[in-house]
Design a protein around this ligand. Sequence first.
Ligand code: GUN
Length: 293
Amino acid sequence: MTVVIDGKEAAASVIAAVTEAAASLERETGVQPGLAVVIVGNDPASHAYVNSKSKMAKQCGFNSIQHSLPEDAKQEELEKLVAELNADPAIHGILVQLPLPKHLNAEPVILSISPEKDVDGLHVVNAGKIATGDLDTGLISCTPAGAMLLVNRIHGRDLSGLNAVVIGRSNLFGKPMALLLLAANATVTMAHSKTRDLATICRTADILVAAVGRPQMVKADWVKPGATVIDVGINRVPAPDKGEGKTRLVGDVAYAEAVDIAGAITPVPGGVGPMTIAMLMANTLIAAYRAAG
Ligand code: GUN
């Protein structure tokens, strides 16, 4: 029987542990973890994500602050806000929701965040620490950290002898995911849009991680029988069967057909998705602990 990996349950147990640790940090040191989430513009999906991050931070007992800048905000305005948050001792984590409106350049904004407060793990200092095998002193990008936690539930922490294939090479997910798998001793292949014969490469994977943003691209015959499949895609597609104009969320994996081939698989929704917010809370707690000394 295929194991359907329950990300909701895994995320809930991370949240419970974070909530308890936050309370004891505050009790013992007076430091309340603080998370500032910054959003620019009016994109409804981004607003929904940001609201759920702020709400979860409150639920964990954090000082939860949200800054909304208008669609036409200037680069300097955004960087000035980040500078203020960097200097604010009540704030331990800063997240600037991506993507930014087209006229803004994300890279200098990310580089302007103090690495100690970069709870997204996107600053070159944090990205570099993972790349050099230092998983202990920086902050690790939330979605790959959450996906790894699910992989560890199936395979334990040592992936020696296992082949892993990551499809997608973004800074936010694919690259750090591949590096975390490598640090856990997996033999890692990074595949992407220019890879030739992707299906054959995927079939070598004991752990197949899909993060391409293409609905149901990974077919059943791309999956090695018994493999662990981690689906990071969140794609909204039309669902005429639910009524006119209705939509549903699907992953990058053709779940209905792959579920019978895989040994373990994450569903969409309810797989990797809930882990991202949970790991954001964990990163904010870690940053607060370090600030408290
Ligand atoms: N947009 C979609 N996912 C993320 C994320 O994990 N962090 C940020 N900053 N923006 C995102």
